[in-house]
Design a protein around this ligand. Structure first.
Ligand code: NI
Ligand code: MN
Length: 228
């Protein structure tokens, strides 16, 4: 069983029988987060999709405290390394096998400057295989047709985690089309309601995906979804 706990925005805490990873740990400054950075003491890896502050978040503090390896693009891996964290660099289209599973970086159409304006490479999505479960975390992105290719080459996905908040990423209509392209067993929305710019009705997204004949569920911060 693989358990995905949502901590708000794009932050997912993924636990398998033997390992635990955290994606995009934006907790400090996120009023919707159910936990703070001190909630973690054992983590195998921290995965970062791109350089924006709402994704790097508390990553440095958490990686240092837990000893977790930071897995991200080359520029972000170097950024963490320079701050005293252990990291593994990947780049788009490339993947690597880790003790906890496989991580591959996929394209995302977005930006990736760091919290202080550093140039942190290209933004990415994540195609993960953990204990045989296939997980797609789209990062921040607009809709693109190659999501079909990502699913064909890295899926079939057990779950797709998609941004739906509009303004900086796909909005509801585009994200519903993305859910169709990816065709995961279940689609879960993220990256909405954290700031005024990205306030949307996530139930509308869930209804749209269901209307298209696919499963979608809303997972609140602090709640979890289990892949069985
Ligand atoms: Ni972003
Ligand atoms: Mn973002």
């Amino acid at each position: 069983m693989v358990k995905l706990t949502f901590h708000g925005h794009s932050c997912w805490d993924i636990e398998s029988s033997s390992h635990r990873l955290l994606i995009d740990p934006f907790l400090t400054g996120n009023e919707l987060a159910d936990v703070g950075p001190d909630a973690f003491d054992r983590l195998d890896a921290v995965l970062i999709t791109h350089g924006h502050g709402d994704h790097i978040g508390d990553g440095v503090e958490i990686a240092k405290k837990t000893g977790a390896q930071v897995v991200s693009n080359y520029e972000i891996a170097n950024y963490f390394q320079a701050k005293g964290c252990e990291s593994h660099p990947l780049h788009i289209g490339g993947g690597a096998d880790f003790p906890f599973g496989r991580v591959k970086l996929t394209i995302a159409h977005h930006g990736s400057t760091g919290p202080e304006g550093e140039a942190l490479g290209n933004p990415a999505g994540l195609a993960l295989t953990i204990d045989g479960k296939r997980i797609y975390h789209a990062g921040d992105t607009g809709l693109f047709l190659d999501m079909r290719l990502i699913a064909e080459m890295n899926g079939p996905f057990d779950v797709a985690l998609l941004p739906i908040g509009d303004n900086f990423t796909m909005g509801i209509d585009d994200a519903a089309k993305a859910a169709e392209f990816i065709d995961a067993k279940v689609t879960i929305p993220m990256h909405f309601n954290t700031f005024p710019y990205i306030e949307v009705d996530a139930n509308e997204f869930v209804e749209k995906v269901r209307h298209g004949g696919r499963k979608a569920v809303l997972v609140d911060p602090g709640a979890a979804y289990e892949l069985t």
